[in-house]
Design a protein. Structure first.
Length: 120
């Protein structure tokens, strides 16, 4: 079972949904619910996919690799030093998917819960 956090954006007119380690069934359900492009969902699951940015209709898909502070000291590859984070941006919702929680995302969620914003 994945960990799903839903946080309001802009006075509850939008929301950020952060999903950690979704199962294939959960990902399929969220993709259907939010109208995510099937190719982007497939790219989201591909462990070796390169970073990308694509706009399709009313949505934006961004796949990035972010430094993993918990990576092994002997790691020397991009895959060993980083974790993928997929972002789906649609009117009224931001969905983020990642396999393992990252300290920077955890801190962002905590700050958002306290202040309702990512701003300092």
């Amino acid at each position: 079972m994945s960990i799903l956090t839903e946080l309001p954006i802009a006075n509850n007119t939008s929301k950020w949904i952060d999903i950690i380690d979704p199962s294939q069934k959960e990902l399929t359900q969220l993709a259907r619910q939010y109208g995510l492009h099937p190719v982007h969902v497939k790219n989201c699951l591909d462990a070796n996919h390169l970073p990308k940015y694509e706009e399709t209709g009313d949505s934006v898909f961004i796949l990035v690799r972010a430094y993993d502070a918990a990576s092994q000291a002997e790691a020397s590859t991009v895959q060993g030093l980083t974790r993928r984070v997929a972002l789906f941006i649609k009117p009224g919702v931001l969905l983020t998917f990642h396999r393992k929680d990252q300290l920077w995302i955890e801190q962002l969620r905590s700050k958002w819960k306290l202040t309702g914003s990512a701003n300092t």
